[in-house]
Design a protein around this ligand. Structure first.
Ligand SMILES: [Zn+2]
Length: 337
């Protein structure tokens, strides 16, 4: 699928954030890179049961890594494709099953937090993620978003380490199947009109059960500490389908059991937001840290890893070709935006 990279620092209101343009090209606006929206052209073998923690790379959809299963038998990719054709020919036999992601083995030791400095070290990406490379995020006055994100991440890390937590400050390239008590991707927004302002947080889909709590804790604490307005209506599809949440598509993502969120800390293009983002970064960091600390208190150590994750069956894919009319591109990397 052709993916066009334009206006990556821009901000448009929600109806304009995702626009289908000619020949199925996808046009996105916003700073958070997202997983590609490529879809398969037709139904897949529907009985899907996941085995093993989410390190398998699949080539379609945003859902969890699944092994295509027909009649309880786990199939290879090629066999699954053949089975898919059989299933399509005999839809009455389609059985769809829940997706189970086994609980991970968690090493002993201090609790761990991952803080991603958005857009940092994008030159290190493997070919599968190379399309993220030109996504440098927003900027202001020669100060790049990644610099702000990294500064805040390091400040938050210092606070959390002072509380006894192990903290990883992570670049764009995530560790494979990253496992932690909490993971927060830090970003900042841009608006070409300089009008929009405020912060917002979101999590992905088909992941563990604690991400609503993580997002709510961050929203509450970050908002209270910084006093920035909550730009909840500005949550974009780019945030919801952030590539680091898409463990089913890429190994370089947060494991399904890792409570994960993305925080857009404010608009670098807003004079009001910059008063905090650039001039009082210690306040911004305290807001993030308080949200994470509250979450770690509410979800004690081990709780997030204590159970298998069982998800509803993958929703059926709509029959027919994808919007572009083109064959889906296996392994399409995350979009640029
Ligand atoms: Zn960003």
């Amino acid at each position: 699928m052709l993916i066009i990279d334009v206006a990556e620092h821009g901000r448009l209101r929600r109806p304009h954030r995702l626009a289908l343009v000619a020949a199925g090209a996808l046009l996105f606006v916003g700073c958070a890179p997202a997983a590609s929206l490529t879809r398969t052209a037709g139904p897949i073998a529907e009985a899907a049961i996941e085995s093993g923690p989410a390190s398998t790379v699949l080539k379609d959809g945003d859902g969890p890594a699944v092994a295509d299963v027909v009649g309880g038998e786990t199939l290879s990719d090629g066999a699954a494709q053949a089975a898919s054709r059989v299933v399509q020919a005999a839809p009455a036999e389609i059985v769809r099953a829940p997706v189970r992601i086994p609980k991970p083995a968690v090493p002993d030791g201090p609790r761990r937090v991952g803080l991603q400095a958005g857009h940092w070290r994008t030159g290190e990406l493997p070919p599968e993620l190379r399309r993220l490379e030109p996504q440098t995020g927003t900027s202001w006055g020669g100060y790049a978003e990644w610099q702000l994100n990294l500064d805040i991440a390091n400040r938050v890390a210092a606070i959390l380490r002072g509380q006894g937590f192990v903290v990883d400050v992570l670049p764009t390239l995530m560790p494979e199947s990253y496992l932690a008590d909490a993971f927060v991707a830090l970003h900042a927004d841009g608006d070409p009109n300089g009008v929009a302002r405020g912060f917002k947080a979101a999590h992905g889909s088909r992941r563990g059960p604690y991400e609503d709590t993580l997002v709510q804790d961050i929203v509450d604490e970050y908002g209270a500490v910084t006093g920035l307005p909550h730009d909840e209506g500005g949550i974009s599809r780019n945030m919801l389908s952030y590539y680091a949440f898409s463990y089913s598509r890429f190994p370089w993502a947060a494991a399904a059991h890792t409570p994960s969120a993305i925080l857009e800390m404010g608009f670098m293009t807003s004079a009001a937001d910059r008063v905090l983002l650039l001039q009082r970064p210690e306040v911004v960091a305290r807001g993030v840290a308080n949200g994470v600390l509250r979450f770690l208190e509410e979800v004690p150590g081990g709780m997030a890893f204590a159970e298998d994750i069982v998800l509803p069956p993958q929703p059926p894919r709509a029959p027919g070709p994808p919007p572009s009319g083109q064959a889906p591109v296996a392994g399409t990397p995350p979009r640029v935006g």
